[in-house]
Design a protein around this ligand. Structure first.
Ligand code: NAD
Length: 483
C-alpha cells in the first residue's frame, strides 16, 4: 500500500493531530483505495480552534484594509503558483477530472481571495443626513467576531474559500471545516496562508465528521455566525440548532434546476452548453440543470442530438487529460445515484443512454458511472423532484410557456434556472416568474463574483457573493448624532 497521507488540523498557524487521536479513512474515488487519514476532531479540538480565533480577533479586526487586502491577494498568487499541486490533490481526493480541477476549481479558489482582497477596499460605511432635524446617522459595518464556515465535497476548495475569503476580508476570525470526504486541499491551504503572512489564529481549520466536528462548531455558543453550504436536510438541522442562540445564518443548500429550451434558441450553443450543464463534475454541481424541458417542435431532434453527444463523453481515470467524466465522489454516493436510476425505471422512466456502472481498466474498484439520460412522461415522478446530484438528467417535452413555467416551479427547490430563447419578451416574462435565486439566459454557470448568489425555498436562505457576502460577515451598527 502507498504511504498514508495524513491530514492535520490547522490551529493558530500550526498543524496538530486531533487531541483524542481519532481518525477517519480517506478514499481515492478513482481506485477505491484508502490513501489517507483525516482527524475526526472532537469538541475540544473545536474549542482550541475557537480560542485561537478569539485571541487573533482584536488585532485582525483592527488591521488596515490595505494590509488585509495585501495578504488575501498574496494567498491568491500563491495558489496560482501552486496550481498543479493543488489540482492534482483535488482530483485525487474528489475524483473530478484533472482538467476541470486545473481550469475551474483551483483558479476559482485563487479568484475568491483576489476578488475579496479587492472588494474589501471598496466596501464602505454609509451616512444619512436627517435633513431639518439637526442630526446625522452613520452606519458602521463591523466584523462579527469568530465565525464558522462549513463546506461540502463537490467543489472542495472553490466553495471553502468562497466563505473564508469574505469572512477574513471583513475582519473576522474563523473556525472552518471542509467536507470529511474531500479535506486535502483545505489542509494544503494552511501552508499557503502561513507563507502569505496571514497572522496565526485568523483562520483555523478543523477536520472531521459533520455529526461530531461540524455539530460542535454549530453548537459553540460563541461562534456567532455560520456560513454553510451542503444538503437541505443538514441545513435544516443546523438552523434548528443555531436558532435558539440567535446565530446569523447563511445556508446554501440543494437544487433541482430546470433547463428550459425553446425552439427559437441558438441550437448548437444550447446543445453544447446543455451537455456541460448536465454532466460537468459528474453532475455533482448544485447548479447543474438536471431537469431538461424541451419545446415540442424540436423535442425529437434534441433527443437524438443530445443522446449522441452524451454517448461521446469519455468516462475514465481523472488524471487522464481526455477524461470528460471522472469518478463519483464516494461509494455511498455512487450507490445513492444508482438507486435513483432504479427508482426512475420503476416509475416508467425510459433510459435513453447510460444507467450502468463503468469498469475502468486497472481501476476496477473506482466509482464510475455512465452519464445517464432518462426520458420521463411527467414532471411529478421522484427522479424529477428529488436531488440526485450525479450524472443523471431527465428530459421531457412541453407545449406552452405557461405549462413549462408551472413545471419548472413545481419542486421544493429554487436555486438556479436556465432558459434558452431569443425572444426578449419571453426572457423578461419567464425570468420574472421563475422561482430561483439565479436565472441564466442563453448560458450556464457564467459567474461574476460581484453578483448575489443563493437560492429560494428549500435551496437556502441568504446570499453569498460580492457585497452580499461582506454584509453577511459584518454587523450593521447605526450611530445617530444630534447636533
Ligand atoms: P452535507 O450536508 O452532507 O455536508 C456538507 C457539510 O456539512 C460537510 O462538511 C459535513 O461534514 C457538514 N455537516 C454534516 N452534518 C452536519 C451537522 N450536523 N452539523 C454541522 N455540519 C454538518 O452535504 P454534501 O453531501 O457534502 O454536499 C452535497 C450537497 O450540497 C448537495 O445537496 C448540494 O446541492 C449542496 N450544495 C449546495 C450548493 C449551493 O451553493 N447551494 C453548492 C454546493 C453543494
Amino acid at each position: 500500500m502507498t504511504k498514508m497521507e495524513k491530514v492535520k488540523n490547522y490551529i493558530n498557524g500550526k498543524f496538530h493531530n486531533p487531541l483524542q487521536d481519532n481518525w477517519i479513512e480517506n478514499y481515492c474515488p478513482a481506485n477505491g483505495d484508502v490513501y489517507g487519514l483525516i482527524p475526526n476532531s472532537s469538541k475540544d479540538d473545536v474549542e482550541n480552534a475557537y480560542i485561537a480565533a478569539k485571541s487573533a480577533f482584536p488585532t485582525w479586526s483592527q488591521t488596515t484594509l490595505e494590509e488585509r487586502s495585501r495578504i488575501l491577494i498574496k494567498i491568491s498568487e500563491l495558489l496560482e503558483a501552486n496550481l498543479q499541486r493543488f489540482a492534482e490533490a483535488e482530483s485525487k481526493d474528489n475524483g473530478k477530472p484533472i482538467s476541470l480541477a486545473k481550469s475551474v476549481d483551483i483558479p476559482r479558489a485563487a479568484s475568491n481571495f483576489r476578488f475579496f482582497g479587492n472588494a474589501i477596499t471598496q466596501f464602505s460605511s454609509e451616512s444619512y443626513e436627517s435633513v431639518g432635524k439637526n442630526a446625522v446617522n452613520y452606519t458602521l459595518r463591523q466584523p462579527i467576531g469568530v465565525v464558522g464556515c462549513i463546506s461540502p465535497w463537490n467543489l472542495p476548495l472553490y466553495l471553502f474559500t468562497w466563505k473564508i475569503a469574505p469572512a477574513i476580508a471583513a475582519g473576522n476570525c474563523i473556525v472552518a471545516k471542509p467536507s470529511e470526504v474531500t479535506p486535502m486541499t483545505a489542509f494544503l491551504l494552511g501552508e499557503i496562508c502561513n507563507e502569505a503572512g496571514l497572522p496565526k489564529g485568523v483562520l483555523n481549520i478543523v477536520h472531521g465528521l459533520g455529526t461530531s466536528t461540524g455539530q460542535a462548531i454549530v453548537e459553540h455558543p460563541d461562534i456567532k455566525a455560520i456560513s454553510f453550504t451542503g444538503g437541505t436536510a443538514t441545513g435544516a438541522h443546523i438552523a434548528k440548532v443555531a436558532a435558539p442562540m440567535f446565530k446569523k445564518l447563511s445556508l446554501e443548500l440543494g437544487g433541482k434546476n430546470p433547463n428550459i429550451i425553446f425552439a427559437d434558441c441558438d441550437y448548437d450553443d444550447m446543445l453544447n452548453t446543455t451537455v456541460r450543464s448536465s454532466f460537468a463534475n459528474q453532475g455533482q454541481i448544485c447548479l447543474c440543470g438536471s431537469r431538461i424541458f424541451v419545446e415540442a417542435s424540436i423535442y425529437d431532434k434534441f433527443k437524438t442530438d443530445f443522446v449522441k453527444k452524451v454517448k461521446q463523453l469519455k468516462v475514465g481515470h481523472p488524471s487522464n487529460n481526455d477524461t470528460n467524466i471522472g469518478a463519483l465522489v464516494s461509494k455511498p454516493h455512487l450507490e445513492k445515484v444508482m438507486s435513483y436510476i432504479n427508482i426512475a425505471k420503476k416509475e416508467n422512466g425510459k433510459i435513453l443512454c447510460g444507467g450502468n456502472k463503468v469498469t475502468v481498466k486497472g481501476f476496477e474498484n473506482g466509482y464510475y458511472l455512465e452519464p445517464t439520460v432518462i426520458e420521463v412522461q411527467t414532471d411529478e415522478c421522484r427522479i424529477n423532484q428529488e436531488e440526485v446530484f450525479g450524472p443523471v438528467v431527465t428530459i421531457m417535452t412541453f407545449n406552452t410557456e405557461e405549462d413549462v413555467l408551472k413545471m419548472a416551479n413545481k419542486v421544493k427547490y429554487g436555486l438556479s434556472a436556465t432558459l434558452w430563447t431569443n425572444s426578449l419578451k419571453r426572457t423578461m416574462r419567464m425570468s420574472n416568474q421563475l422561482q430561483a435565486g439565479i436565472v441564466w439566459v442563453n448560458t450556464w454557470m457564467m459567474r461574476d463574483l460581484r453578483t448575489p448568489f443563493g437560492g429560494v425555498k428549500a435551496s437556502g436562505v441568504g446570499r453569498e457573493g460580492g457585497f452580499e457576502a461582506l454584509r453577511f460577515f459584518t454587523e450593521a451598527k447605526n450611530v445617530c448624532i444630534k447636533y
